[in-house]
Design a binder for this molecule. Structure first.
Ligand code: ADP
Ligand code: MG
Length: 253
């Protein structure tokens, strides 16, 4: 597998009125790598994600995906280039079965990738089942999504994101609202699948046990600027990071 980055961000910036929400952020994510973007509330994490997924246009900087400049492209164009995301609010259809939800995701992927040449026979039933097995939901394919436990719904969403064969997954607080053990399970599953498939993953997470346990690398955002980057062990030991999280202000604020 090539080590060339899937995502490369240079000087990414966004202002809201007088607030520099994101201020000159540089980062890169390699195939199969999980990069955690952490920082206190209001640090600019979601603003970063929204510029990467096309929902917000940057004021400055560049976003490069697989060597191609995608800065400022709209969400659908970004998705078509292989950027998946999971949502803080779940995106499944509650009245349809687990399998049908994944089939829908496969249909929309094949429409863009293979157009009319894709056989619609069985509506990707086998492929949907295979994806559900990979997220440990194989036994629940016939259940209606509306009755699933929250953690199970998140795994269906992950299968739906994988149906699009993404090169990059953007996950802004994917485990919000989940119990601690479920959080670890979901991110461990994400990590396993991302490494198998060479998918680059950028995620935010408040639970530091999950961040330090699952991320390959961590970057820390504070007031729109990256203040640290490194391995989980390096970040855990970083005095500036500790100051930001403990609120002592000792990081030269
Ligand atoms: P995080 O996700 O790290 O909590 P956000 O990216 O949501 O941070 O917010 C970064 C800063 O930008 C905050 O000061 C927030 O109030 C501000 N902000 C975010 N979105 C908007 C918006 N649409 N309009 C104005 N200010 C915004
Ligand atoms: Mg946020």
């Amino acid at each position: 597998m090539s080590g060339a980055p899937v995502l490369e961000v240079r000087g990414l910036s966004k202002r809201f009125g007088g607030v520099a929400a994101v201020d000159g952020v540089d980062l890169a994510v390699a195939p199969g790598e999980l990069l955690a973007l952490i920082g206190p509330n209001g640090a600019g994490k979601s603003t970063c994600f929204n510029m990467l997924n096309g929902q917000l246009k940057p004021d400055g900087g560049t976003v490069t995906l697989l060597g191609r400049d995608v800065t400022g492209l709209p969400p659908r164009a970004i998705w078509q280039l292989g950027v998946g995301r999971t949502f803080q609010i779940t995106a499944t259809f509650g009245s349809m079965s687990v399998r049908e939800n994944v089939q829908m995701a496969l249909i929309s992927h094949h429409r863009r990738a293979f157009s009319i040449f894709s056989p619609a026979t069985a509506l990707h039933r086998d492929r949907a089942e295979a994806l559900l097995t990979q997220v440990d939901m194989g036994g629940q394919a016939d259940r209606i999504c509306g009755v699933l436990a929250y953690g199970d719904l998140k795994r269906v969403e992950l299968a739906m994101a994988l149906a699009n064969d993404p090169k990059l997954l953007l996950m802004d607080e994917p485990t919000a609202g989940m119990a601690p053990r479920e959080r670890t399970d979901l991110m461990a599953l994400t990590a396993r699948l991302a490494r198998q498939r060479g998918i680059a993953v950028l995620f935010t997470e408040h639970d530091m046990d999950v961040v330090f346990g699952q991320a390959d690398r961590v970057v820390v955002l504070d007031h729109g600027k990256l203040i640290a980057g490194g391995s989980p062990a390096e970040i855990r030991a970083d005095a500036r990071v500790q100051a930001v999280y403990l609120g002592t202000g000792a990081a030269g604020a």
